[in-house]
Design a binder for this molecule. Sequence first.
Ligand code: ADP
Ligand code: MG
Length: 378
Amino acid sequence: MKEKIQSEFKNHFGGEGILYASAGRINLIGEHTDYNGGYVFPGAIDKVIMAAIRPNDTEKVRVFSIDINDYAEFGLNEEDAPKQQWARYIFGICRETIKRSGIVKGFDAVFAGNVPLGAGLSSSAALESCFAFALNDLFNGNTIDKFELARIGQSTEHNYCGVNCGIMDQFASVFGKKGNLMRLDCRSMEFEYFPFNPQGYKLVLVDSVVKHELVDSPYNKRRQSCERVAKRLDVETLRDATKEALDAAKSDISAEDYFRAKFVIEEKERVLDVCDALNRGDYETVGRLMYETHQGLSKDYEVSCEELDFLNDIAKECGVTGSRIMGGGFGGCTINLVADDKYDHFIAEAKKRFKEKYGHEPKIYDVVISDGARKVTE
Ligand code: ADP
Ligand code: MG
């Protein structure tokens, strides 16, 4: 990838750029917890966006996307926004850096990546973090702290790409560390690294490539349920609620709200249990908790769909250690922790049986927990 990027850089601008990269991410466990003040548990992966960048002593940014085979040129003022969506991510990073009193000058860039687009691995966060990190290094002597780099990415999505996302993806992409997952507390924004070196297991995503249209905005309905129960239990968010308090109030909560809240409260505990298991190197327990999360998302939170439940069932039948929906639900991927000797059989079965039933094969992405945003030195 490095050679291809530098060679395109040479074609477009002559000479070489400085190489930067940042990663996509997975979330091992902790789903629908962010807006409830709970924990998420992401890690950066070995799929990245990489860019060669060089200041050009002008006030213009000139950038070529290898994967989209498209070129964009734009100034650094608010009215200079490029038309192309992919370039708006980079423009947004420039603007959000400037808004925070960071320095951004003109530069030339060429970039490419291998984070699958729109598959739930957050290629957009990888792109944002790569450029946010680079601008901090090139123009600001790395004086912008890493959390602010993540916020620059998040604000880019909000203000220039029309996506009202949380902070997890950008956080994971910026802070990712090889062989470590990060437990992020979405209330205090404190985080801690936990070792993730599953010797003898693989982490693999099975992408159903289905996305069910959300007629009724179920995401907002889930949020409202959580807010109602939190209010009834007199806590700010469900982070502070206990199962006992929920059960005590059961008679004046609707059955639906009860099950939504039950999932959120149990999911918070599961994240903590996964952390303990990882500290012991106990990946069998990690896997069991992943299945519990899937069950909760499917039956209590009701954000699964037929295709994802089908993939989860196949995983179980093939003796996969852990499997669950990853992401908001209603389609997308399952994340699977698979013992090496079960891997080939599982992947073959998942492909074959899914295709028989739904007419297309799922896509398979192996991932290894790796470093996040960085300068590429060797
Ligand atoms: P994801 O879930 O992968 O983050 P998004 O829709 O949020 O999906 O972001 C995908 C968008 O990010 C693409 O439409 C494109 O604009 C940009 N992008 C991601 N990867 C690349 C790439 N390799 N080259 C160019 N643009 C990219
Ligand atoms: Mg995205």
